[in-house]
Each structure stands twice: as C-alpha cells, then as structure tokens.
Write a protein that binds this ligand. Structure first.
Ligand SMILES: NC(=O)c1ccc[n+]([C@@H]2O[C@H](COP(=O)([O-])OP(=O)(O)OC[C@H]3O[C@@H](n4cnc5c(N)ncnc54)[C@H](OP(=O)(O)O)[C@@H]3O)[C@@H](O)[C@H]2O)c1
Length: 298
C-alpha cells in the first residue's frame, strides 16, 4: 500500500471502553489519530480535545484530514445523563452532527456508535426498521445524534450496540469490570431477571468496525452478541468466570426499581441484517471470557 492510499483514521473517545479497545485493534500500518479528553500515557498517539468545542474540533479535523472517522465518544451513563441534559445533548446529539458535516464535505467515511436504548424495551428482538422510542435523556440524545449523522453525511454507518464487556483503560467501564467492583463495594450485586440484553464484547465490536472501515455498506446496523441474556444471567457468567461467591448475586425484578430513568425491559437486537452484511462472527458473550480476556491489555 502506498502512503497516499493509507487510511487516516480519527477515533474519538480514545480513553473510553470502545475507543481504547479499538486502538489496540487498528492496523499499525494505518495512520491513526486518536482524540480524547483526559490524559493517556505519553507514548500514545493522541490529541487532547474537548469535543463540545466545535471550532477546536473543526481545526483538528482540518489539520489531520482523516478519511475515516470513528465516533465512540459519548456521555453514556443513563443516570448521569438525566441530571445533565444540556451537556448530554451537546455531546451525544450535536457533536455527531458536526462530525457528519465535516465528513460529508471532506469525503470521509463516518462510523458512528449508538445504542440499543433508543428503544423503550417493550418489544425486544428489534430490527433496524423498528421505530425508536427512547424513554431517557441518554436514549433521546443518542437517537438525535443518529438523525444528525444520517441527514448530514452520505457515507455513514450507524452501529447500535448493546451493553459491552471488555478491558477498559480505567478498569471501571465494562460489565466484567463493574460487576466485581459493585460486589467489592456493596457486598452483593442485585441484577434483574426480567431485563433482557444482547451483550457483546468491545473486542468483537472492534473486529466489526475494522471490517466496516473497508467495505461499502452505508446505513444503520444492529450489533448484538451471539445470544440474549437477562441481566441476572450476565451477572452469573461474570460471577462464574471470576469465581465470585454465588450467593452474593441476588435476583431482582424491574418492578422493585424506583430510580430514574425508567428501565427498558427488553432491548435485545436482531442480528438478521448484520449477519447478511458482515463476515465477522458475532460471538456469544459467554465465549468471550476465554477469547478476549486472555488478550494482552495493550
Ligand atoms: N458501554 C456500553 O455498554 C455501551 C452500550 C451501548 C452503546 N454504547 C455506546 O458505545 C459508545 C462507546 O461507549 P463506551 O462504553 O466506550 O463509553 P466510555 O467508556 O464512557 O467512553 C466515552 C468516551 O467519550 C469521551 N468523551 C466524553 N465527553 C467528551 C468530551 N466533551 N470531549 C472529548 N471526549 C469526550 C470520554 O473521554 P474522557 O473520559 O476523557 O472524558 C471517553 O473517552 C458510546 O457511543 C455509547 O453510547 C455503549
């Protein structure tokens, strides 16, 4: 590959679970520019940037001139998003629109990450053609971000993800990290038996993004893991893997939940389209402990 044909890849959210995982998978032969908010080790190829600052973002893009932009940055904690709706809207809805506008004007491909929580969870096994009905600030702003990307950038992929396992930079982000931490803090972990998800490993998502960087698919794609589980069953897999005391995992029901935002009972995603489009297999979350957790961290 000649230098001029090399992809110039701009990843936002480099300190996040997915962004951090992704940069470990991207080919070293490509030119990688990773954008993040807080510091990383000094040997990392990063630019520090607050994505709420539109002018700085545009300046950085004009300087680096990527031909692929992967937007993993977001404010993804639904509880925090309820408390900070304006900031959440800026990061989750407006900023993706800015990226999309730049990408379209500069012939770049934009891979934008969204969420299963654009749905209300009353149906389950959602397809790409099902209409979203978000019931939280997080879900609403992610849906608005999708709409901005779709309307402003022709060469886009929107990937809707379920909850993720993986190895994060902070060690505080993935399912396999937060569940043992919650046990350590609280002495037990209460998880719903009637809330269903299609968990996937961030590593598996990174493998898919690698494939999508080079093919010509455009549009919306759901990316569920290979099997659906209740939250409680996910907890059981994590407890079993780390040999945590089984009696400390407590089954709960959504009806017992009194917080905000409201819970989405079943946001499992259909893999029908992704299985047609992708050659990368979407793995059962249960198999990922062996497959991905044994990989070196960087
Ligand atoms: N995690 C999940 O289970 C899950 C499930 C479904 C969908 N998703 C979606 O997947 C994507 C990746 O999620 P994740 O779990 O990797 O998120 P994460 O670990 O919370 O990372 C979010 C990233 O966004 C960056 N960011 C936030 N505000 C910023 C700002 N103003 N300027 C610059 N960077 C900013 C953060 O940087 P700093 O840390 O430096 O602030 C961090 O690197 C998101 O779009 C999320 O909505 C995640």
């Amino acid at each position: 590959m000649t230098a001029s044909l090399k992809k110039r890849i701009f990843v936002t959210g480099g300190s996040g679970l997915l962004g951090w995982t992704l940069t470990r998978y991207l080919p070293h032969s490509e030119s990688l520019f990773q954008c993040r908010h807080h510091p990383l080790p000094p040997d990392f190829p990063v630019v520090r940037l607050d994505l709420r600052d539109r002018a700085s973002l545009a300046g950085t893009l004009n300087q680096f001139r990527p031909n692929v932009i992967i937007n993993t940055a977001a404010l993804p904690d639904p509880e925090k998003c309820e408390r900070t709706p304006q900031e959440t809207h800026l990061v989750n809805a407006e900023m993706p629109g800015w990226l999309a506008g730049w990408a379209d004007a500069n012939h770049a491909r934009l891979i934008h990450i969204s969420t299963d929580l654009v749905f209300d969870g009353q149906q389950g096994n959602y397809r790409e053609t099902d209409p979203p009905n978000p019931i939280s600030v997080y879900g609403e702003t992610k849906w608005a971000g999708e709409c901005a990307v779709k309307s402003r950038c022709r060469n886009h992929v929107i990937l809707r993800l379920p909850i993720m396992g993986g190895t994060s930079f902070t060690g505080l982000r993935s399912l396999n990290e937060t569940i043992p931490l919650a046990l350590q803090k609280q002495g037990s972990v209460n998880l719903f038996t009637d809330e269903f998800r299609s968990p996937i490993w961030a590593d598996n998502v990174a493998e898919v993004i690698l494939e999508l960087m080079s093919n010509d698919f455009t549009g919306l794609l759901h990316l569920p893991g290979g099997k659906d589980y209740s939250r409680y069953e996910i907890g059981r897999l994590v407890f079993d893997h780390f040999h945590l005391p089984p009696d400390r995992l407590i089954p709960g029901k959504i009806a017992d939940f009194t917080g905000a935002p409201p819970r989405c009972p079943d946001v499992t995603l259909s893999s029908e389209l992704s299985r047609q489009i992708l050659s990368t297999p979407l793995n059962d979350f249960a198999d990922g402990f062996r497959q991905y957790l044994s990989l070196p961290k960087s």
